[in-house]
Design a protein around this ligand. Sequence first.
Ligand code: GLN
Length: 491
Amino acid sequence: MTKGDLPALSIAELADLLRRREFSPTEALGALEDRINAVDGKIGAYLAHDLAAATAEAEKADVSLPLGGIPIAIKDLINVEGQQCTCASKILRGYRAPYSATVIKKLRAHGAIPFGRMNMDEFAMGSSTENSSAQITRNPWDLSRVPGGSSGGSAAAVAADIAFGAVGTDTGGSIRQPAALSGIVGFKPSYGRVSRFGLVAFASSLDQIGPLTKTVHDSALLMNAIAGHDSHDSTSLNAPVPDYTKNLGRDLKGIRIGLAKEYMIEGIEPAVKSAVMTAVKQLGSLGAEIVEVSLPHTDYAISVYYVLATAEASANLARFDGVRYGHRAEKVSSLFEHYARSRAEGFGAEVKRRIILGTYVLSSGYYDAYYLRAQKVRELIRQDFVRAFEKVEALVSPTSPSTAFKLGEKTTDPLQMYLADIFTNAANLAGICGISLPCGFAQSESGKKLPIGLQLLGKTLDEARIFQIAHAYEQGTDWHKTRPALEPMAA
Ligand code: GLN
């Protein structure tokens, strides 16, 4: 093993080497920096990274801690004191965080080093990372395709071995869908499991922070660090945090896994459908019992999500008014013009579309017809899951109906982009936990391997069980061992 091999390691493998003092955290960070310099020009995952600051932390790292000396990439909407936090928006260009989010404090308490600000769809609104105001991020498996979104920078970096792991956010699928399209593991914790203090809010009743990693074990390790109650976040759950690695290695005997008939819809790419059905059989041969279940309100999930998420976003984004944060319009002649122009100049098209839609569904005369009705249907969707989880411990489905699509393919049609969330939105509406992990590849017309993601959903606070099932599947397959072939750029 040479220094140059380090970036390809998982978090667990690197932690082990650092603990045995075969390499130092500074060497690991240096190796990662070299690889970022060699390949990120092709990918565009990083918006910024501060090697000097991270090196200062690496020099003091305590390798006896679970994540001692491990650099972890941070989606650009989680505050790290002193670092930029732009949410990939023009409106926050130049903004530096005055304090660190609870997840950052927790990662540091476990020895990790927050390193890098990862590209994303502006304010986490999107499914391809093309809504970033800063740059495009390319899928490491096929550079003509998107990495998914909104945590696309985080997912692409982990897939390309330019991050050991990352923390992103999932409001309607933004961890799981990019994980699926980039061939890695993405985990959405139950609503309230991870503190959102210090996260820039998109839709507060749906947002959760979670890990993007190369393996299920790494995902559990990051969850061990970031989960837990926080008095600074009133929605955080005050429940004990189990050791999420404790069920890893247990078999699936006695576990019932539900296949929702409503999820086997027309329009799923044939390669995705067949990979998922093969994975379901494999779960069966690992000892799980496969049971057909019904989630009758599935058809409404996307509509409900886009009413509620935009309504909440319109309120949350009202704070960006050019007074306190970021971009401020010049030469204005009235307060109204100050607000209007600062926002018009600072927000991108998709964010504006959502603010306008969200304001509309909340406005008097339309509130009952849209917002209130969506809340009621949200409850029906939640009850679908409660009923399903009376029969099974987990649900299985594709994470995304398609593999990575071409850059530009869906940018002109927002509805097509919204449909990318068809299997992921409902988990956020219901507050349950879920994971996406690699379960196969499709072939692109140019012969490239395009990763396929398997989604497993679990009931609220049952994350340890989801890790158990995901780990058993992962260990029984080789999908996670295949890495994209990325030639370093010429120096
Ligand atoms: N793609 C969804 C949206 O655009 C989900 C985004 C997210 O989870 N942050 O809203």
